[in-house]
Design a protein around this ligand. Structure first.
Ligand code: SAH
Ligand code: SF4
Ligand code: F3S
Length: 470
């Protein structure tokens, strides 16, 4: 696609701001201002999308609640990655029939990745008639117009065309209070891993212009954000579609030049496109956290091939070796799928042995969930769930032991920690993150909140470190 077909023209975006104004005026006659409940599921990209939805709603005059029953507008911003995620959303949608009965004026909206699935939008159209508005991630930028249509026509609105996807710059954002911020640097995915629904619901890969990303990060740093995560399904292919000879490492180098006291993280990083240049850049740039989420999915070459991951176990281990050599103390995490169709116990144990060989600090582990429409969903899948569960438990046991021992090695050390919240542990009332993104519960004064401080680590377990502000 040509770049000018990808970028939404400013005139179009200005039109959306006019719809926000129309909605705001419509509500002005009412005694109380309108209230919205935005419930986001899934990954950080979806969280970032939810913050844009809230930004647009704020321009429409809305304030926010977490109680669907109190809201004039309820939005479920959904995730399609596993069956369980979808079931939860259908459960929530079902429950909303009650709140709509109590308040027939309530507008209910389903968006996010599930909404882009034909199967889902059809089901909602037929069986969830209390849902007023359905739109996929590709239509997010025209949410004000779609919402206006609902208010104006009092009819159900569906905007789920299978578009390749676009980039809309300058959508307002409501960010969480605090020191953490998310910045999408690209959208969509071209990789078609055989188990994954994302390329079908998020369209093709498209990168934001470097100047736009740099401007946003600079503004965040100036506004006091200290822990900024760059987001993309595969940040390592950032820039490929721009054809200007500029890649993700170049972007990291340029961001790093922005003055200030902050850390930059990124996810996800696909091993097939991870390069030595990336690790050299990370090692060289003081603002880039020495932390790497490098999802391996499996430690067996046959399974990796069937998954269409396009790297081997050896190639992956070589990347890890190089990254650790360049960045001593690097914190490494990964995603793993157990029970891919046709996977045997021996193959699953190859994954366990890889996990032990790498020594990850933490893992995100999943049992394979078939996604209708993907290649893997049509593959024979003979291993019973109970068998997969056993392999999964072995993996978790192995990882828990590794996490516990890596965490224990921090005891007695002093680490730089960004205090970013409260902990639910009365003895250690504050929570923070190390540069490697490990959770620290700590003793110290409230006024340390939002600051980088030195913490002496005194205790640990599988999930967290414990310490005292120095
Ligand atoms: N783009 C990222 C992954 C995004 S999805 C990457 O490639 O690293 C997050 C994780 O969900 C994946 O890494 C994978 O481990 C898991 N996942 C994706 N599809 C799945 C499925 N069908 N069943 C189980 N887990 C899945
Ligand atoms: Fe899914 Fe693979 Fe794309 Fe990640 S890289 S979003 S796992 S298709
Ligand atoms: Fe889920 Fe969509 Fe993210 S499927 S994991 S919300 S990209």
């Amino acid at each position: 696609m040509e770049r000018n077909q990808v970028l939404i023209p400013q005139a179009e975006l200005a039109r959306q701001r006019e719809f926000e104004e129309k909605i705001r005026r419509m509500f002005e006659g009412r005694e109380a201002h309108p209230v919205a409940c935005v419930d986001t599921f899934g990954c950080q990209q979806n969280v970032a999308d939810g913050q844009k939805l809230m930004g647009m709603l704020r321009e429409c005059g809305f304030t926010f609640t977490s109680e669907a029953g109190e809201a004039d507008l309820v939005i479920l911003n959904t995730c399609a990655i596993r069956e369980h995620a979808e079931q939860r959303v259908f459960g929530n949608l079902g429950a909303l029939t009650h709140s709509k009965r109590e308040n027939p004026e309530q507008v209910i909206c389903l968006c996010g990745c599930m909404a882009q699935e034909e199967r889902v939008s059809r089901r909602v159209k037929e069986s969830y008639r209390h849902v007023d508005l359905v739109f996929g991630p590709q239509a997010l930028w025209k949410f004000p117009e779609l919402l206006w249509q609902v208010y104006e026509t009092k009819k159900r609105v569906f905007s789920v065309d299978d578009e390749h996807g676009t980039i809309a710059e300058g959508i307002p954002v409501v960010r969480e209070r605090g020191v953490k911020a998310w910045v999408s640097i690209m959208y969509g995915c071209n990789n078609f891993c055989s188990y994954c629904i994302v390329p079908y619901v998020r369209g093709r890969e498209r990168s934001r212009d470097p100047e736009c990303v740099l401007r946003e990060v600079r503004e965040l740093v100036e506004a006091g954000y200290k822990d900024i995560t760059l987001l993309g399904q595969n940040v390592n292919s950032y820039g490929n579609d721009l054809h200007i000879g500029y890649d993700f490492s170049d972007l990291l180098s340029d961001i790093d030049k922005i003055p200030g006291d902050y850390l930059i993280r990124f996810m996800s990083s696909h091993p097939k496109d991870a390069t030595y240049k990336l690790f050299d850049t990370m090692a060289r740039c003081p603002h880039v956290a020495k932390q790497l989420h490098l999802p391996v999915q499996s430690g067996n070459d046959r399974v990796l091939r069937e998954m269409n991951r396009r790297y081997t176990r050896e190639q992956y281990l070589d990347l890890v070796r190089y990254a650790k050599e360049k960045m001593p103390g690097l914190v490494l995490t990964s995603d793993i799928i157990i029970g891919f169709p046709g996977e045997t116990e021996e193959e699953a144990m190859d994954t366990v042995s890889l996990v032990e060989e790498v020594g990850y600090d933490a893992l995100f582990t999943f049992i394979y969930s078939p996604r209708p429409g993907t290649k893997a969903a049509a593959m024979p899948d003979p291993a019973p769930r109970s068998e997969k569960q056993k392999w999964f438990d072995k993996l978790c046991q192995a990882q828990n032991a590794i996490s516990a021992s890596l965490h224990a090695a921090y005891i007695g050390k002093t680490l730089r920690v960004l205090v970013d919240g409260r902990s639910d542990d009365g003895d250690y009332p504050l929570a923070g993150r190390t540069e490697g993104n490990r959770l620290v519960r700590l003793k110290g004064d409230e006024d340390l909140m939002g600051q980088f401080i030195n913490v002496k680590i005194t205790d640990s377990n599988t999930w967290a470190l414990y310490g005292q502000a120095e």
